[in-house]
Design a protein around this ligand. Structure first.
Ligand SMILES: Cc1cc2nc3c(=O)[nH]c(=O)nc-3n(C[C@H](O)[C@H](O)[C@H](O)COP(=O)(O)OP(=O)(O)OC[C@H]3O[C@@H](n4cnc5c(N)ncnc54)[C@H](O)[C@@H]3O)c2cc1C
Ligand SMILES: *[C@@H]1O[C@H](CO)[C@@H](O)[C@H](O)[C@H]1NC(C)=O
Length: 520
């Protein structure tokens, strides 16, 4: 071959490498859609949008539907009640990724103000993540001083209260009705093409039928009401539409109420005090499956969260006094810092606390996106855990709702008020959503197959994802040492980049060549 052919081929390889690199590092498809949240439309769609469930996804969905529809009704038996008895994770430690704050700020311009008034903190979304004790770099060099993406830090209970206040305060609230009750069933049109009415059982036991239904949003969380309603209404969903595995996840959250004088004396390094989390620990599965999070939340509360996914059921603390001995059993590549154990010890001895223990039944994904268009009514959507329940350890739950909301909002923006929703609206919504969230289901599930206590999905064995878990170890090893890899990992984790960012040639090269601090 002569030289010009060589150089032409070399040029093509370099150019496609360059194009691939650019593509991998480009903005994820949802970023523009998130920026478009909260913009009112000129002519609203006619009819009533019914939101079934009024927790996090119900509140976000109601707010966004009020931009598009004449009327919105939110149905939840616990609307307005102080304690959310139906939500098992109500007292669990929660972390909110930046994406949640970014989306919620579009929907509610006074989001930060309200959270801060309720005692919440706004802090850089730096989780101080340690893998088996070794710190993963946070990509500070990517951002100018003071510009690192931030988030709100509060207890979940506070987040829930503030969101419902925000919904009631917003100018669109005049179109939103809150109806205490339970959605019992839906009634389709005679040709099954859409849902026409929704039956609600009110708290006094009487029924109310909501007519003139334009859209039904299933926001029932773990109850996943939609499957039952659709089946009873005659849309025969296939058995395997709901995929599940059992992560065997157990969590303990201990919330300490800390007088400011005590808080000031805790031996916490300055950089960790300022971050969203003080310390987080993720396990190398050869050394167990125990996770740890320690953070200061709203109103001088500090939370310690520990979780396990192993086969032994009895390892987690049963009272606050078990906590320090438990932390001393952590046996990773690098010990957890002494100051952390000392701080927790001081809290156990000097601060009041509440103790909550949770066992999470299963992780599940109702794969509505696999159904053909006509198998679903045109005006049915699902937001939040009602379709996809992930292992919560990665803190994606609230942000996933923002991804769903962004997809829904962008489809509604192109709906024509003259015809309301097209026949394929629902199918289109589920396909778009799956493109955004299927990767979260695959990544978290295949990761969990590495723990001893996990039982895989029907049709899979725990061998599935071996290669991915091997890659994960390489990735983490590189992210301990290199800012470009750490940046790709951080942005993908916080849903600010698509997963493909990890496949950019310069990133891949570093992942495969980094010297591993682990034994292999
Ligand atoms: C232990 C644990 C820790 C977690 N940590 C985090 C975290 O750190 N960060 C994060 O982002 N996410 C976290 N999550 C996930 C997060 O809590 C969920 O993703 C989120 O609560 C989902 O909100 P949702 O509104 O979809 O459902 P839910 O909060 O479960 O709410 C469902 C609502 O529907 C109502 N409802 C049910 N049936 C009906 C009916 N038939 N009619 C009317 N209403 C009905 C219920 O009363 C309830 O109010 C965690 C979850 C758990 C379990
Ligand atoms: C937190 O503090 C704020 C004022 O700083 C107060 O309004 C709010 O009620 C407190 N919240 C809780 C849950 O204690």
């Amino acid at each position: 071959m002569d030289l010009s052919v060589w150089s032409a081929s070399a040029a093509v390889v370099l150019l496609s490498g360059y194009v691939w690199q650019k593509f991998c590092k480009s903005q994820p498809p949802w970023s523009k859609e998130i920026a478009a949240l909260g913009q009112p439309r000129k002519k609203r769609l006619s009819g009533t949008a019914v939101v079934c469930g009024g927790s996090i996804s119900g509140t976000v969905t109601a707010r966004l539907l009020a931009d598009h529809f004449e009327r919105v009704v939110v149905v939840d038996p616990e609307i307005g009640s102080e304690k959310k008895t139906r939500i098992m994770q109500y007292n669990a430690g929660h972390l909110f990724l930046h994406l949640f704050a970014a989306g919620a700020r579009r929907l509610w311009p006074n989001f930060d103000e309200e959270f801060q008034a309720a005692g919440g903190r706004v802090a850089p979304a730096d989780t101080q993540l340690h893998f088996s004790g070794l710190p993963i770099l946070t990509p500070w060099p990517d951002y100018a001083e003071g510009c690192f993406p931030d988030t709100i830090v509060t207890r979940r209970s506070t987040a829930q209260k503030v969101l419902s206040t925000l919904l009631r305060q917003h100018p669109t609230a005049e179109r939103v009705t809150l109806l205490p009750g339970t959605v019992r069933s839906i009634q389709p049109s005679s040709d099954m093409s859409s849902i026409q009415s929704v039956t609600v059982r009110k708290l006094d036991g009487t029924q109310e039928i909501l007519n003139d239904v334009a859209l039904v949003a299933d926001c029932t969380g773990a109850i996943q009401g939609g499957v039952k309603w659709l089946n009873s209404a005659g849309y025969a969903l296939p058995e395997d539409i709901r995929r599940t595995y059992n992560g065997n996840l157990r969590y303990v959250t201990i919330c300490f109420f800390v007088p400011p004088e005590l808080g000031a004396t805790l031996p916490i390094p300055e950089h960790a005090r300022k971050a969203a989390m003080i310390y987080a620990y993720g396990p190398h599965f050869d050394h167990g499956s125990t996770v740890l999070g320690f953070f200061r939340t709203d109103n001088d509360t500090y939370q310690v969260l520990v979780g396990d996914a192993g086969t032994e059921d009895d390892v987690l603390p049963k009272t606050a006094s078990d906590l320090v001995p438990f932390l001393k059993t952590f046996n990773g590549y690098y010990p957890i810092p002494h100051w952390l154990i000392e701080a927790v010890d001081m809290l156990c001895k000097n601060a009041d606390n509440t103790f909550d223990s949770i066992k999470i039944p299963t992780q599940s994904f109702i794969q509505y996106h696999r159904l053909p268009t006509k198998a679903l009514p045109s005006n049915f959507v699902v937001v939040g855990d009602a379709s996809l329940q992930l292992n919560p350890v990665h803190g994606q739950g609230f942000s996933k709702i923002i991804l769903n909301a962004a997809a829904l909002n962008s489809l509604l923006r192109s709906a024509n008020p003259a015809i309301n929703l097209p026949r394929d609206f629902s199918a289109h919504y589920f396909k778009k959503n799956a493109a955004y969230t299927h990767g979260l289901w695959d990544a978290t599930r295949l990761h969990d197959y590495g723990t001893s206590g996990c039982e895989p999905m029907v049709g899979e064995t725990k061998e599935a994802g071996r290669l991915i878990r091997w890659f994960e170890l390489k990735l983490v090893a590189a992210a301990i040492q290199d800012y470009e890899v750490a940046s790709a990992l951080w942005h993908a984790r916080h849903l600010l980049a698509a997963d493909r960012v990890l496949l950019a040639p310069t990133v891949l090269w570093k992942i495969f060549t980094a010297r591993s601090p682990f034994y292999y």
